[in-house]
Ligand binder design. Structure first.
Ligand SMILES: [Zn+2]
Length: 116
């Protein structure tokens, strides 16, 4: 289409290994952060890959105190089916409750933890 830059989503998909299947983990194959999260560069900014795809899917940026937690304990995983969005408290508990506070990224209707 003549674009000089690959669309961010195209680049994202190119860095995710989805071969294991729809419900399996999709490991990020690109650069990882120290903590093992996928590192994705968009518009010159480094983003965490899993967070980016959530924001992209939701259509808005998450608040600083909204965290994308993995239900699969696999930080590099980028399968949105394995995420839920929690607040800092959820994150501090490291999602130990595994989805107990899940606001169902898929399935149940997603609702924000607070409206501001
Ligand atoms: Zn996963």
């Amino acid at each position: 289409m003549g674009s000089r830059y690959a669309d961010a989503f195209t680049r994202f998909v190119a860095n995710v290994d989805i071969r294991a299947g729809w419900d399996s983990c999709w490991p990020w194959t690109g650069k990882l952060t120290e903590k093992g999260y996928g590192e994705f560069q968009v518009n010159g900014k480094k983003k965490r890959a899993h967070r980016w795809i959530v924001e992209r899917t939701l259509g808005y940026e998450l608040e600083r105190d909204e965290f994308v937690c993995h239900t699969c304990d696999n930080p590099s995983c980028c399968n949105p089916r394995h995420f839920f969005v929690g607040d800092a408290g959820d994150n501090n508990r490291d999602c130990v409750a595994k989805g107990r506070h899940s606001r169902g990224f898929y399935g149940n209707q997603y609702t924000r933890s607070r409206v501001s």
